[in-house]
Design a binder for this molecule. Structure first.
Ligand code: FES
Length: 135
């Protein structure tokens, strides 16, 4: 049912766990099955651009959800925020060699959780930069 790549990422997922002091966190639940995924990102400046220098995830989900999260973290590491925002669940499932049609919704979790983590980062950064100066 699953591609070899999916099984590889399921058996040996990359970047699993929590992150201390993340710059952004995104959590989504899958309404279809009730599974949940949390993504943590660390953002650094490189060559004047903001890049995702580290990413971790925690998933309570099925084989496809775990493999998608693991693959997503591999794709996203080192990308700029703009590049990372453009990553879709299709990119994730293609990188995994495809997912069975009934499991396509599982790859939504990864892409959606990442988008939320980026939004979380941007809103925190906005507050820090836009806030009144105190002396
Ligand atoms: Fe829940 Fe796949 S069945 S994420």
């Amino acid at each position: 049912m699953y591609s070899e790549k999916v099984m590889e990422h399921f058996r040996n997922p990359k970047n699993v766990g929590e992150m201390k002091d993340p710059d952004g966190v995104g959590e989504v639940g899958n309404p279809v099955c009730g599974d949940v995924m949390k993504v943590y990102i660390k953002v650094s400046k490189k060559g004047g651009k903001e890049i995702i220098s580290n990413i971790k995830f925690k998933t309570f989900g099925c084989v496809a959800a775990i493999a998608s999260s693991s693959m997503l973290t591999e794709i996203v590491k080192g990308k700029t925020l703009e590049e990372a925002e453009r990553i879709t669940r299709k990119d994730v499932s293609e990188a995994l060699g495809g997912l069975p049609p009934v499991k396509e919704h599982c790859s939504n979790l990864a892409a959606d959780a990442l988008k939320k983590a980026i939004l979380d980062y941007l809103s925190k950064r906005g507050k820090n930069e836009g806030g009144p100066e105190r002396s």
